[in-house]
Design a protein around this ligand. Structure first.
Ligand SMILES: *[C@@H]1O[C@H](CO)[C@@H](O)[C@H](O)[C@H]1NC(C)=O
Ligand SMILES: *[C@@H]1O[C@H](CO)[C@@H](O)[C@H](O)[C@H]1NC(C)=O
Ligand SMILES: *[C@@H]1O[C@H](CO)[C@@H](O)[C@H](O)[C@H]1NC(C)=O
Ligand SMILES: *[C@@H]1O[C@H](CO)[C@@H](O)[C@H](O)[C@H]1NC(C)=O
Ligand SMILES: *[C@@H]1O[C@H](CO)[C@@H](O)[C@H](O)[C@H]1NC(C)=O
Ligand SMILES: *[C@@H]1O[C@H](CO)[C@@H](O)[C@H](O)[C@H]1NC(C)=O
Ligand SMILES: *[C@@H]1O[C@H](CO)[C@@H](O)[C@H](O)[C@H]1NC(C)=O
Ligand SMILES: *[C@@H]1O[C@H](CO)[C@@H](O)[C@H](O)[C@H]1NC(C)=O
Ligand SMILES: *[C@@H]1O[C@H](CO)[C@@H](O)[C@H](O)[C@H]1NC(C)=O
Length: 451
């Protein structure tokens, strides 16, 4: 943000707009600059051969820093390369058996060419469980809950190859979580996984191993934004609300009941209305219509420190967010001194060179569960940061975040020219408009008109 720190106060708003615009995430790429290696890896380990195929343990690892798979959970699909069938499964199930009429005595679990697999529910009988199964398809992030960041099942495949030369890897993997968003690569056969006994004194190994990597793109998920950011400060009593219609507009003509008011007599019937089963959000009527709002308040300015209050508010009557997380980017996050009532981890997506991104999440049994819209539907924290006298300023919106994500999705920010100003820093009246600055802002404005 060095460009903003220059003397070009007259066009600070335009400059800030340009800087934010050019550094805005390109949502069209299946790649997130805050989590460049983020992926879900699906590993198949063949652990034994059978007379007509093999038994494999399939494990999905969530290697994404801040994106989890929430209820109602994942579903995994693929296309068999030959005429394989699934004899049986432990820890998951195919959603459809398909046409098994060829099999006379005991029919397979699934005969579909393109099976679709879902996790089992918690409380599944122990004889149908394996380690890491049966969590209703929910996978946490490694940062928040490493013990629950993987999901496994066991599959017994028939009419398949019975050696590592004749087995054909499945094709066309699809991962829904539960909607679209993930793209999976092809299965790559690699070094067999080694498994260590619990005392670490003996290792066994898989007979054959392949990996599939799936990556997320918010663009593919084609979700309308689900989150927006509002701002305020101690030095200016303006509250900059989320941009109007950030996540949709109130439209009772074409979409009756697209939102409800908190005091509406129809609230209960709307909550249980037609969208309940599909999990469609039912939001409180606001100008932004977002299910989630993140409010950033610059609260205090001490000599060596400053303090920000962050509040997350749930406006969705149909959703409790468990294990929510928030990611924010601010240049002073390299100097977080104290954090109140949230957990925190610095993320250094650029190989540790730039330390300006932090992940926050709730404390277990305290505020890790963001209640549905209503009086309990919020969580808040305060962040104390040590100032770097070279860069710290309350001017030109520096104290506000550059980017915010909730549960891995980008939040809509207010337009930079609406950020609260320092009193008496009104740029258009206080600063003389010098010629170079004028020329520069015209060039920038022209540029902006073309992007
Ligand atoms: C997936 O994530 C793992 C762990 O971060 C990383 O080692 C691997 O290279 C990633 N794979 C791809 C294809 O990005
Ligand atoms: C995989 O998908 C491609 C493109 O959609 C299709 O041409 C191919 O037949 C599929 N493979 C299998 C084994 O279904
Ligand atoms: C598969 O992925 C796992 C986890 O990232 C990794 O440890 C393993 O080396 C990979 N194996 C293959 C065969 O690529
Ligand atoms: C297949 O098995 C042979 C021994 O039976 C082994 O030498 C080879 O490395 C295995 N190949 C793979 C891809 O696992
Ligand atoms: C839309 O309808 C809801 C409930 O039916 C009502 O609370 C809300 O005020 C209406 N919004 C507008 C803009 O009319
Ligand atoms: C959210 O949790 C509360 C308290 O546990 C519960 O009463 C409510 O029904 C839940 N709402 C949804 C939409 O699951
Ligand atoms: C990043 O900043 C945090 C303090 O906010 C510090 O604890 C952490 O060590 C820093 N990480 C790196 C890689 O500099
Ligand atoms: C935090 O700020 C102090 C004071 O400016 C500085 O000496 C220190 O190096 C900063 N720490 C980091 C991790 O940048
Ligand atoms: C506060 O900031 C707003 C811009 O969001 C500006 O219009 C207003 O004049 C500022 N108020 C004061 C007292 O400087």
């Amino acid at each position: 943000m060095a460009a903003v720190g220059g003397s070009a106060a007259a066009c600070c708003a335009v400059l800030l707009a340009a800087v934010l615009l050019f550094s805005a995430p390109a949502t069209t790429e299946a790649y997130d600059s805050l989590d460049p290696n983020g992926n879900i890896t699906i590993k198949w380990d063949i652990i034994s051969w059978t007379p007509d195929g093999y038994v494999a343990t399939v494990t999905m690892f969530n290697y994404q820093q801040f994106r989890h798979i929430a209820a109602p959970g994942w579903s995994l699909g693929w296309a068999w390369a030959k005429k394989e069938v699934i004899w049986s499964m432990v820890g998951a199930q195919a959603t459809e058996q398909g046409d098994c009429s060829k099999f006379k005595s005991s029919p397979p679990h699934c005969c579909k060419k393109e099976p679709n697999i879902v996790d089992l529910l918690p409380g599944t009988p122990f004889n149908q469980q394996i380690a890491n199964c049966c969590k209703a398809g929910v996978i946490k992030t490694f940062n928040q809950d490493p013990a629950n960041a993987a999901s496994s099942f066991q599959i017994s495949v028939g009419l398949a190859g019975t050696t590592n030369k004749t087995v054909k890897v499945p094709k066309n993997f699809t991962l829904k979580a539960p909607g679209p968003g993930y793209t999976c690569g092809r299965a790559i056969v690699g070094k067999p996984t080694r498994f260590y006994s619990s005392d670490g004194r003996r290792a066994t190994q898989a007979l054959m191993t392949w990996n599939v990597t799936c990556t997320y793109s918010q663009f593919l998920a084609q979700k309308t934004p689900t989150c927006c950011v509002s701002l305020s400060s101690f030095y200016n009593d303006t509250i900059v609300n989320c941009p109007t219609c950030s996540c949709g507009c109130q439209n009772n003509v074409t979409h009756p009941g697209s939102c409800v008011n908190d005091n509406s007599p129809y609230l209960q019937s709307a909550i249980n209305g037609p969208g309940k089963i599909t999990g469609q959000p039912l939001v409180q009527c606001t100008s932004h219509m977002c299910p989630i709002r993140v409010h950033w308040h610059v609260k205090l300015n001490y000599k060596d420190y400053w303090r920000v209050k962050v509040t997350i508010t749930n406006f969705n009557y149909r959703m409790n967010y468990s294990d929510w997380n928030l990611v924010a980017q601010h240049p002073n996050f390299n100097n977080i001194t104290k954090l109140f009532s949230f957990n925190y981890k610095p993320l250094t997506p650029y190989g540790g060179r730039i330390n300006d991104t932090a992940m926050f999440w709730g404390m277990k049994f305290y505020n890790d569960f963001l209640n549905q819209a209503g009086p309990l539907g919020n969580a808040q924290s305060e962040v104390l940061m040590q100032k770097d006298s070279e860069t710290f300023t309350l001017d030109k919106g520096w104290a506000f975040p550059r980017r915010v994500y909730f549960n891995g999705d980008n939040c809509v920010m207010p337009s930079p020219d609406s950020y609260p100003w320092l009193p008496n820093a009104s740029p258009l009246t206080k600063q003389p408009l010098t010629l170079p600055v004028l020329v520069f802002s015209i060039v920038l404005a022209t540029l902006l008109a073309y992007v």
